[in-house]
Write a protein that binds this ligand. Structure first.
Ligand code: ZN
Length: 235
């Protein structure tokens, strides 16, 4: 087995010895994508190009543990649902300001070993819960401004409190030294989780920040699984 150093990667899969390759990066210029399904030992795959034919080939790579898909368009992630060995999955459009809508995240429910997922795709059915369905899930990295506040809170409530970080904590620090446009303080702005929830300044908009945190905490409480099961008492 050997890992191919990225600079030496061929732009064609033709000519590689399939059995010796464990990691591949497929750029938009890679040719002979039909050969992808013939790499039996592939455990890591990074793809910029997501044609239907390519995803069909990906669905046969059942030993994959790490998959990155950076699609420009994608209608379904059905193929990903076949990869039951996946530990980490990145499903992110790479274009700035470009929203990619897929039918549903439901195929992710098959990935019971998934530990980490990063995405900015938007499901037409609105259901974010498949992102946390894996019993091994520890890390859900999701964009703060693309999804309604209550859907994000429902997702956060479905994972263990120690894993509610970033967007799923309700408030995301904005790592920018740009001045607050209102009070001119530096490095004080945070993004509030939830579509159209915007941002706040910790120096001059404490009221707005507190209202958002209170609403977030109420929603987490409302969606908490213990509260939804009658007869179960939290200790
Ligand atoms: Zn301010």
């Amino acid at each position: 087995m050997r890992w191919l150093p990225i600079p030496e990667l061929s732009t064609t899969l033709d000519g590689l010895n399939p059995a010796s390759v464990q990691a591949l990066r497929i750029s938009r210029s890679t040719k002979r994508l039909d050969l992808l399904a013939t790499f039996p030992n592939l455990i890591s795959l990074d793809i910029e190009n997501t044609s239907i034919e390519l995803l069909d080939a990906v669905s046969k790579l059942v030993h994959l543990r790490h998959l990155t898909l950076e699609p420009f368009r994608l209608h379904t992630i059905q193929a990903v649902g076949h990869l039951s060995q996946l530990r980490t999955l990145i499903l992110s459009s790479s274009g700035w300001g470009r929203t990619i809508r897929i039918a549903s995240f439901a195929p992710l429910r098959n990935l019971t070993r998934l530990e980490s997922i990063q995405t900015n795709l938007v499901p037409e059915d609105g259901d974010l819960l498949p992102l946390s369905a894996s019993p091994a899930m520890q890390n859900v990295l999701i964009a703060p401004g693309l999804y309604p506040l209550n859907y994000l809170a429902m997702l956060a409530a479905s994972i263990r409190p120690e894993y509610r970080t970033g967007t799923l904590s309700g408030v995301v620090p904005l790592y920018s030294m740009a001045d607050c446009p209102k009070c001119r303080a530096k490095g004080t702005r945070v993004i509030l989780s939830g579509y159209r929830c915007g941002s706040a300044c910790t120096a001059c908009q404490q009221d707005k920040l507190d209202r958002h945190k209170k609403r977030w905490a109420e929603l987490i409480d409302e969606y908490s699984p213990l509260r939804r099961r009658p007869g179960v008492v939290a200790h």
